[in-house]
Design a protein around this ligand. Structure first.
Ligand code: 1GP
Length: 242
């Protein structure tokens, strides 16, 4: 049992990589091997979540990951139905970039009793969706407009609002499988203006993009689709980062 909070353990080791596992895209029998593979490659934490979630076995998915993981397992929920006591913590997201009250506060209120009952650590995160060249699942499901790619000042304003609300991280999200990742210039501007850690994810496909994102100021980057697409590519990126 680790007495330090998940948040304290995360910020100890920046920059680093979070791996995202989507229960809708991974078969139950793959979970132990995949989790071990991800951990052996040095990720800092495993995030679990889905924009939609069609699988009925979310709780057992989280348990199976936790049973095989030697790093923190953090829920990254697409809605109030994605809560499990088997995780170490939950990113308590508010989609600040949008103006849909359901994703700003509605889903969160629906989830709180369950989160309290679970007793897992709650990590508030300012979640900002950035336009990435096509309609992403987050945009469609949340029914919100992403922040335009060329409007860094708008991203900065939302990131600062999250910081002033007391949120622990800002997450710049291009969307899973995004055509284009968050623009470098936007990452630079947001990082220059906030004093809380910055997470960047969505559409990161290779080592060069990952390094550019770190060099621009990301404290953490998130890799999801690449793990599903090619374990070799994921492994190659992680090896070069070490
Ligand atoms: C999505 O940022 C994450 O929420 C990861 O995106 O699947 O494109 O790596 P990818």
């Amino acid at each position: 049992m680790n007495s330090r909070s998940v948040h304290e353990r995360l910020i100890d080791e920046k920059p680093s990589v979070f791996a995202l596992l989507d229960p809708d895209r991974i078969k139950a029998e793959e979970i132990p091997g995949l989790t071990k593979f991800i951990c052996d490659n040095g990720v800092r934490a495993i995030l679990i979540g889905s924009s939609v979630l069609v699988t009925p076995s979310f709780d057992s998915f989280v348990k199976a990951v936790k049973d095989s993981a030697d790093c923190p397992v953090i829920l990254f929920p697409g809605g109030s139905h994605q809560v499990s006591a088997h995780a170490d913590a939950i990113f308590f997201l508010s989609l600040l970039s949008g103006r849909n009250p359901e994703f700003l506060i509605g889903e969160q209120v629906k989830a709180v009793y369950m989160i309290k009952e679970c007793g897992i650590e709650v990590i508030p995160v300012a979640y900002l969706l950035i336009e990435s060249g096509g309609v992403t699942a987050v945009e469609h499901v949340s029914n919100t407009k992403p922040i335009p790619r060329n409007k860094s000042e708008i991203a900065v304003a939302h990131a600062l609002a999250g910081q002033y609300f007391g949120m622990k991280y800002v997450y710049l999200e291009a969307g899973s499988g995004a055509l284009n990742p968050v623009p470098r210039g936007m990452v630079v501007k947001v990082k220059e203006n906030i004093s809380i850690p910055l997470i960047v994810g969505g559409g990161l496909r290779g080592y060069d993009e990952v390094m550019e994102t770190f060099d621009s100021g990301a404290d953490f980057i998130v890799l999801g689709s690449i793990i599903e697409r090619s374990r070799e590519e994921f492994e190659a990126i992680m090896r070069r980062l070490q």
